[in-house]
Design a protein around this ligand. Structure first.
Ligand code: TRP
Length: 333
């Protein structure tokens, strides 16, 4: 029986592998913020996942703190939600090992992200890159999460998580809640400003393709002014107009306007005006976030107190699940 008084548990995580981008914000973090009232939200910085690709130690340290402060600056309320750092909570690595033994080689081989990433990092196709989905499954299952908001690129991992959990429950009884993945309806899929066929990514080889959450206003404006469009010279959402479609998506996500409203607003105007408007809207959206970030990053002691508190709660919740799992399997407790 569902306990109707209790809020559903939402779990999600993001990799701190570099700066947080406008794509991360509009596609994920903004929804994390919005869900805080309706759900019991548990969010993590998935730093263990990050080392499946080689990281430079000093940069990694900086990226983790920056990501923590940036995401808090977006509006994660640490009084309401649990926002912790994955590597600080040892149950994650432990359950990941266990789940590896309940996940088939064939299943992991079919993950499209593994295929993509191993093509991209052909010199370092490590076992962690391959078993990454079992770590992710552990993240989710430890908290008995009901709902997992993720981008479309992670849906396959959620399906695998459900398969692993169902298999485990079949063997040992009801240990895991079977989570549901969902793509938030107002989560925009933001594409590169330079190559609108690929997702906006911090690893974009063209720096103008990616807007970072902490980019100064003049940099944001410059990137939007250089954004790739087309020769149609008309602001309308249509197939084949990937650059314009992407700008319309961003503008719509930030202003709340529909595609029709945007088309009307820019009827008879050129792309120059449109790009300026999109840039300005993004600058205004990000301004308070950047200001809040600047305050937070100066106060390392406060940041530390926030994640230590969250780490502790996460450990407590996740230990209950891990204990149950180990007992069921037959480990001596
Ligand atoms: N793999 C996810 C990504 O790269 C991040 C992640 C790690 C995650 N663990 C998770 C997302 C658990 C949702 C739930 O985007």
């Amino acid at each position: 029986m569902e306990n109707t008084d209790k809020k559903q548990v939402v779990f999600s995580a993001i990799q701190p592998s570099g700066t947080i981008t406008l794509g991360n914000y509009l596609g994920a973090v903004r929804n994390w913020v919005a869900m805080q009232n309706e759900y019991d939200c548990i969010y993590a910085l998935a730093d263990l996942h990050t080392i499946t690709v080689r990281q430079e130690p000093a940069a990694m340290r900086r990226n983790i703190l920056d990501a923590y402060a940036s995401i808090m600056a977006c509006g994660i309320d640490v009084e309401k939600s649990i926002f912790f750092i994955q590597s600080h909570v040892h149950t994650h690595a432990e359950l990941a090992w266990i789940l590896n033994c309940y996940t088939q080689f064939g299943e992991l081989s079919r993950m499209t992200q593994f295929k993509d990433k191993s093509a991209k990092h052909a010199d370092n196709i490590n076992a962690g890159l391959f078993t990454y989905p079992s770590l992710m499954a552990g993240d989710i299952l430890l908290y008995q999460a009901d709902k997992v908001p993720v981008g479309a690129d992670q849906q396959q991992h959620i399906e695998l998580t459900r398969d692993i959990a169902t298999r485990f429950n079949g063997l040992y009884g009801n240990v895991f809640k079977i989570p549901e993945g969902f793509i938030p309806k107002n989560g925009a899929r933001v594409m590169s400003l330079q190559n609108p066929l690929s997702k906006m990514s911090k690893s974009d080889e063209n720096v103008n393709g990616c807007v970072h959450l902490l980019d100064p206003p003049e940099v944001i404006m410059k990137k939007f002014k250089r954004a790739v469009t087309d020769s149609d010279a008309c602001v309308r959402y249509a197939e084949g107009k990937d650059g314009v479609n992407n700008l319309m998506t961003i503008y719509g996500a930030v202003t709340g306007k529909s595609y029709e409203q945007i088309e009307t607003e820019f009827a008879g105007k050129g792309y120059g005006d449109f790009k300026t408007a999109v840039g300005e809207a993004v600058v205004e959206e990000l301004r308070p976030i950047r200001e809040r970030y600047e305050q937070l990053i100066k106060d390392k002691a406060y940041l530390e107190s926030c994640y230590h508190k969250a780490d502790e709660i996460a450990l407590k919740i996740s230990s209950r699940t891990l204990s149950k799992v180990m007992k069921k399997i037959g480990f001596v407790r």
